[in-house]
Ligand binder design. Structure first.
Ligand code: KIV
Length: 256
């Protein structure tokens, strides 16, 4: 299946009133399990810096990291569109954005994602013009967490909500096929979702979105040391692994 037919859901779901379920995956077995489970789309997010590589935030993730993990995840997926995340400073200029988007596509991504609103419209337009689909990302931008001093809710004042709407429209006008909207005050979401033709994919932004995304480790309880407030884990995979490792260790020790 070519990239365009895989990405069809981004064009058909919203007019049909269907919500889009996006999850992250960073490796072959997880991506394959999510694909087999029927998840609509898989994001190889730079959140891998935290939940896979053990960094405090996403700002240390490199293009080489993203290419490596996009390749691994894409090998496990036969059906769902795979979105590769452009890491910090990999899209500072439109030229650099296009070159790095091509690297993610060569690694198996069907589209790329980047953080930023109107201030990154030229990058989104350049990647789109190069024939690569782009997912935008507005609201709380994890790659800016150090400047922001933490993961803070966005759109709390009427002016901030207006700015978010402006950013969302700019991302759409630049050619994005969807926009992730992170940690936005729930009341600010409805006008954005209603104003856009492209789907809004929320994370910690309430129900008034055209789809939802979360990190698989948060959903599956695979990073039990921290769970974002807006996530309700649906499994306890971390505890299961710990128990299996303890049982195995006891069995091996018992055999000595
Ligand atoms: O990096 C990531 O996984 C993301 C999602 C959480 C939206 O950007």
């Amino acid at each position: 299946m070519n990239a365009n037919s895989r990405l069809e859901i981004f064009h058909t779901a919203k007019p049909q009133g269907k919500k889009i379920a996006m999850l992250t995956a960073y490796d072959y077995p997880t991506a394959r399990l999510l694909d087999e489970a029927g998840v609509d789309t898989i994001l190889v997010g730079d959140s891998l810096g935290m939940v896979v590589l053990g960094y405090p935030d996403t700002t240390l993730v490199t293009m080489d990291d993203m290419v490596h993990h996009t390749r691994a995840a894409a090998r496990g997926v036969q059906r769902a569109p795979v979105i590769g995340d452009l890491p910090i400073h990999s899209y500072d200029t439109p030229e650099q954005a296009v070159a790095n988007a091509r690297r993610l596509v060569e690694a198996g991504a069907h589209a790329v994602k980047l953080e930023g609103g109107a201030d990154h419209a030229t990058q989104i337009a350049a990647i789109t013009a190069a024939g690569i689909a782009v997912v935008g990302h507005i609201g709380m931008l994890p790659q800016s967490v150090r400047e922001e001093g933490g993961y803070k809710i966005k759109g709390k004042t009427p002016e901030a909500a207006e700015q978010l709407l402006h950013d969302a429209l700019a991302v759409e006008a630049a050619g994005a096929i969807a926009v992730v909207v992170e940690l936005v005050k729930h009341e600010a979401m409805r006008p954005i979702t209603q104003a856009l033709r492209i789907p809004t994919i929320g994370i910690g932004s309430g129900e008034d979105c055209d789809g939802q995304v979360i990190v698989i480790h948060d959903l599956a309880g695979l990073f039990p040391w921290f769970t974002p407030k807006f996530v309700k884990p649906l499994a306890t995979a971390g505890a299961t692994i710990r128990e299996a490792a303890a049982a195995y260790t006891a069995k091996v020790h018992g055999a000595s």
